[in-house]
Design a protein around this ligand. Structure first.
Ligand SMILES: [Zn+2]
Length: 396
C-alpha cells in the first residue's frame, strides 16, 4: 500500500466527504443487520443480498442515488471482508463508523489512465463523480494499481492509498528461520536476540497529550477552544499512527529480506488480548504489563507487522502453536512454569540456561517452525545450552 497526500479543492473536498458519508451509511446498515444476528438464527444477509437491498435503498433515497454506486457497493464488500476476518479470528468484529473518525471509501476497477503525473511532484487521480484530484507525488506510484482507498484522518488530512499487489520480496536463500515473539516491553523479539520496538510518542509528547486531554475535559462544549484542543489531540494521535505504519513497513521488509522463513505465534489480536489474563494451561506472560497495553498498539503494531509480512513474503510466514513457547527452555526443551527469574529473564532450572524471556520464546517459535522443537524432557548430558541451528533441508 502506498499512501499519498491528497490535495482536493474545497469543492472536491465536499464531494469526497459525501462519498465518505455514503460509504459510512452503507457500512453501518450492514453492521446493524449483523448486530441482530444470533447463533441459531437464520444467517444474516450476505454480500449479494445486501447489494440487492442497496439497490432498493438507492431507489428509495435520492441522496443515496446521487452518490456513486461503486463507492457504496465497495463499502459492502469491505464489510464482507471484515466479517470474514472476524470469523477467521484475525480481526475484531466490524463496528460502527463514526463521522469525523472513520472517513473513507474505496474505488476499484482502476484503469492505468486514471492515475497520471502532472509534474515532478504533483499527480492526479480520477475519482468517480469528483473528477481529477491532485495528490503529492512523493514517490513512484506502483505499477498495476487495481484499486485505491481515499481517507480523511481526524485532523482533516486527505490521503489516497493505491493498492497493487506488492512485489514479493525474494527469499535470501540461506535456509535461515527466524522466530518472532510479540513481547511487551519491546514489541517483538527475534530469535537472533534482536528486539524490535514499535515507536510511540516521546515522553514529552505523551505529557503534552495528557495535558491536552485534561484541558479538553474542562473545556466548554461547543466552544472554539474545545475544537482547537480536539484538533491538537488528533494531530498528536495521527503522528503516532504514522510512526507505527512506517515501522511496520520497514520491519516487515527487513525480516522478509533477511530470512527465508519467518515464524510467528498463531495468535490473533483477540487471542492476544485474552492471553494477557492467561489460562490454566498457559498463564499469561507479563500479565500486568499486558493488561495495561492499549488495544490500539496491539492492533496497529503487531497485527500490521504480520499482515505486511504476509503480503511481502508470499508463503514464507509460518504460524506455530503458541503453547508453552514462553515456558519451555529453548536450550534443553524442559517445560518449566517457574523458570522465570523475573518478567524479563528466563532461567532454566534444569540446565541453567538464561536468556531474555521474549528471546527464549522467539527461539522456541523458530525451532517449532523448523521442526526442531526438543520433544523430550531432559537436557543435554552436560547440562549446558545446545546451539541448534535449523536445517534448511526441512524447509523446502
Ligand atoms: Zn534448559
Amino acid at each position: 500500500m502506498s499512501r499519498y497526500r491528497l490535495a482536493p479543492t474545497p469543492a472536491q473536498g465536499q464531494a469526497l466527504l459525501e462519498h465518505c458519508g455514503h460509504a459510512r451509511f452503507v457500512w453501518n446498515l450492514a453492521v446493524e443487520q449483523h448486530a441482530h444476528w444470533r447463533p441459531g438464527r437464520r444467517s444474516s444477509p450476505g454480500y449479494l443480498e445486501q447489494c440487492r437491498q442497496l439497490t432498493e435503498a438507492r431507489a428509495e433515497f435520492a441522496w443515496l442515488r446521487a452518490g456513486s454506486q461503486m463507492v457504496q457497493q465497495q463499502a459492502l464488500r469491505d464489510f464482507a471482508q471484515a466479517m470474514a476476518g472476524f470469523f477467521a479470528g484475525t480481526h475484531g468484529r466490524p463496528s460502527w463508523r463514526k463521522q469525523g473518525r472513520h472517513e473513507g471509501f474505496r474505488v476499484v476497477a482502476v484503469k492505468p489512465a486514471d492515475v497520471r503525473r502532472l509534474s515532478h511532484n504533483v499527480g492526479a487521480v480520477k475519482i468517480p463523480k469528483v473528477g481529477w484530484v491532485r495528490f503529492r507525488w512523493s514517490r513512484a506510484v506502483p505499477e498495476g494499481v487495481k484499486s485505491y482507498r481515499v481517507t480523511r484522518d481526524r485532523v482533516g488530512r486527505w490521503h489516497v492509498a493505491f493498492a497493487a499487489i506488492p512485489e514479493p520480496i525474494p527469499a535470501p536463500g540461506t535456509g535461515q528461520v527466524v522466530g518472532v515473539d510479540r513481547g511487551v516491553a519491546v514489541s517483538a523479539a527475534l530469535s537472533t536476540g534482536k528486539m524490535l520496538s514499535v515507536p510511540t510518542l516521546s515522553e514529552a509528547e505523551k505529557r503534552r497529550l495528557a495535558l491536552l486531554e485534561r484541558k479538553l475535559a474542562r473545556a466548554k462544549k461547543g466552544s472554539e477552544r474545545r475544537a482547537r484542543l480536539k484538533s491538537d489531540i488528533a494531530e498528536l494521535k495521527a503522528r503516532e499512527v504514522d510512526r507505527r505504519r512506517d515501522w511496520a513497513e520497514k520491519a516487515s521488509t527487513e525480516l522478509a529480506r533477511d530470512f527465508d522463513v519467518i515464524a510467528v505465534e498463531n495468535l490473533n489480536i483477540r487471542g492476544m488480548t485474552r492471553s494477557a489474563r492467561g489460562t490454566v494451561e498457559q498463564p499469561g506472560r507479563n500479565v500486568r504489563a499486558k493488561a495495561a497495553l492499549n488495544r490500539g498498539i496491539l492492533a496497529a503494531g503487531w497485527g500490521r507487522l504480520v499482515e505486511r509480512l504476509e503480503h511481502k513474503v508470499a508463503g514464507r510466514v509460518v504460524r506455530v502453536d503458541p503453547r508453552f513457547t514462553s515456558q519451555r527452555c529453548s536450550a534443553c526443551g524442559v517445560v518449566d512454569r517457574e523458570a522465570r527469574e523475573s518478567q524479563a529473564v528466563f532461567r532454566c532450572r534444569s540446565c541453567g540456561y538464561a536468556c531474555n524471556a521474549d528471546v527464549n520464546a522467539a527461539r522456541n517459535i523458530r525451532d517449532t517452525a523448523a521442526g526442531h522443537a526438543v520433544a523430550a524432557r531432559g537436557g543435554s548430558p552436560l547440562g549446558r545450552p545446545v546451539n541448534r541451528e535449523p536445517q534448511p533441508v526441512l524447509l523446502s
